[in-house]
Every structure is written in structure tokens, then in C-alpha cells.
Design a protein around this ligand. Sequence first.
Ligand SMILES: *Cc1c(COP(=O)(O)O)cnc(C)c1O
Length: 406
Amino acid sequence: MNAIELERRYSAHNYAPLPVVLTRGKGAHLWDTAGRRYVDMMSAYSAASHGHGHPRILAALTAQAERLAVPSRAYYNDRLGAFLEELCTLTSLDAALPMNTGAEAVETAIKAARRWGYRVKGIARDHAEIIVASGNFHGRTTTVISASTEPDYRDGFGPLTPGFRAVAFGDLAAVERAITPQTAAVLVEPIQGEAGIIVPPAGWLAALRRICDAHRVLLILDEVQSGLGRTGAWFAFEHEGIRPDGLILGKALGGGVLPVSAFVARREVMDVFTPGSHGSTFGGNPLAAAVGLEALHVIRDEGLVEKSRVLGAHMLERLRAIASPALKDVRGRGLWVGAEIDPAVAGAREACERLLAKGVLSKETHQTVVRLAPPLVIARADLDWALDRFEEVLRELDGTRRTRAA
Ligand SMILES: *Cc1c(COP(=O)(O)O)cnc(C)c1O
């Protein structure tokens, strides 16, 4: 059996991968088993923001792996403190709780918000509510999908966890209407990634901050995908000059080599956790801490935030200049763009398959959107090469529409 057959035969069928078998990666490039090179315009949903096999991150990984990897948090270790200090400095928040995957850090945020609601705000026991946005993506655990409005994510997995209330993304009046004395937190992505890179109206986040303050509700931002330079700022909340009460990070925090996530918060929020109330066997292990700290330092030292801002503006400008009936909308911020394909012309899946054939790796989201989100280390020439291929694909799609119509 070849690699595709083997994976199909023995894996759960919870993904529908594009037909390419990857075997090697370096920077913004990936190679398949036939030796063909691709430009990565996906970066593992931001997990590979540093590019593949970053030498400094590999050096930190191997040096720490040889010294000490997983002693558990039954003891202190000599790597965790510096990592958490850097997270707090960068975010202007007070304390951080390390986990592994994004979903676990979201779970941590939900637990923090609920306990804060009971112990600090005085909400009646087991009545805390968290307001979320429709179309959200916060991960795949049973509680987290309970906050989702996506039937694909929820169907057949009940009974779901109560305590979430969804309002339209970007709708401030709906948030105000949804707030009750039981509301502990508003939990949102500053830009919705999996929903199709949905950018809210300017001023939305700043207004949300004011609403939360007025009603004594925590503002918790899920920046698992938008954080760490992706939008051309360290964190998307900086674009609106606000600070959240709690922040969820993951994906790029692992430098493209490990799952590393964290919930970062104001002291008053974090202090609801006491010994025994929350934890993770692997969370905060020295290997993850060494890699996470190096991942942050590489972003700083290589100017990846600025690079994302400059190259992202260039990418948006190029895409917006394309006149193609197949291209319905282009939106995004930094090196994070959603290109909406007109479903009357083609599906986004077809566009991604055509890109693959030309040596560009992307992935569709929600049938109509092609995600263009390369590693932040991508060279301008490689980005332009990939965008040239995307233009070719659009021209092909326009051509097939004319043929089909004829
Ligand atoms: C990917 C993602 C998550 C979940 O992260 P996992 O590591 O897959 O559990 C949570 N929130 C957002 C915004 C994400 O993009």
C-alpha cells in the first residue's frame, strides 16, 4: 500500500486531505515523496508561522531534549519561569498558565471565566454564562464545540455543555442585549479564522472592551491563530489599542515543532486557580518552555511581525487588483488572507487542487474560501511566485465557466 492508501486504511476519516504526501520541509517550502517542491501558503493554520525546521528552534528543541524534557509540574523546572515572564511582558498581562493544544487553553479560559464569575463577580453557582460569536472556532473538545454554532462540529456529540450564548460576529448591540447579571465573559476571536478569515468592522474590539467594562464582564480573546505576528501585530488586539482580561495563545507558540499553548490573564482572573483545581501532565514541561521561549525570540529577532505587516499589505494589494469573475471577495490582515471563490464558478476545493498541481499548498475552508497564510518567514519572491500561480488558477476557473456556459 502507498502512503495514502495506508493512511486511509488505518486512520479515522475525520479529515479529507489533498492528494499529496509530504516528507520534508524547510522555511516556506515543503517537498512531497516524489521530490516535488511546494510553496506553503497554509503554514499548518499558523502553527508553522516560523517556517519549517527553523534552525534556532531546532537547536533549542534538541538541546533541551537532551537535558530534560518532561519532569511534570510536581516540581519546579529551570525553563518555565522565563517563558511565562516573556509571555506576560509581550501581552502586558500578569500571569500565564501553560497547556499544550489550543483547545486545552480555551478550556482553561472557560474554567477561569466561570470561577471568576462565581468567586469575584458573585454569580449564582452553576449559572455563569459566556457570550461567544456565531461562526466561531475555538477547538474540538466537547465543551468547546458546545460554544460552536457549526452543525458539522456539533452533530451527534451531545449532550453538550450548557452556559454559552452565541451572538452575530461583529454585532455590538447583540452583545449588549445578551449580557445578563449571569454573564461572566465574552469570548471571541479578533478575526475569525476557520469561519473564512472574517474581519470585523473597525472599532468593534474597542467598543467590545467598553461594553465589557460597563457590565463587569471579562473580555477573553482567542488569538490561537491570529496571535504572534499573523495579522501584522504581535496580537490582533493591538490594532485597536485595547488589552483583554484573558488571552488564549497556541499554534505558532510551539515554533512549528511542538504543541504549546497558554492562557494569559490579569492576576485577578488567574488567581481563581488554586493547587489541584486545574492542570496538565505535559503543560509547561521544560521542552515546551524552551521551544516556546525561542519561538517568541525568533519572532522578535527576525522582525516577523513587521514582515507580516509589510508582505501582508503587498499580498492584499496584489489580490485586490485581480479582476476575475471567479474571485468574489478578498479580505484579511497581515499574512492572513481569505480569498472567496464564487460558488457559481467553482468550489474552493477545486481551486486548492489546481494550486496543488502548480506547486502551491493551500486549503479551503467552508467550501468557498481559499486560505492564503504563508509562514511569516516567506521571501517576497516566493510569495509573488505563489500569487502568480493563484492568478493562473483564477484565469483557468474563469475559462471553465465560459466553457461550461457555452
Ligand atoms: C486552531 C484553533 C484552536 C484550537 O487549537 P488546537 O491546537 O487545534 O486545539 C482554537 N482557537 C482558534 C482560534 C484556532 O484557530
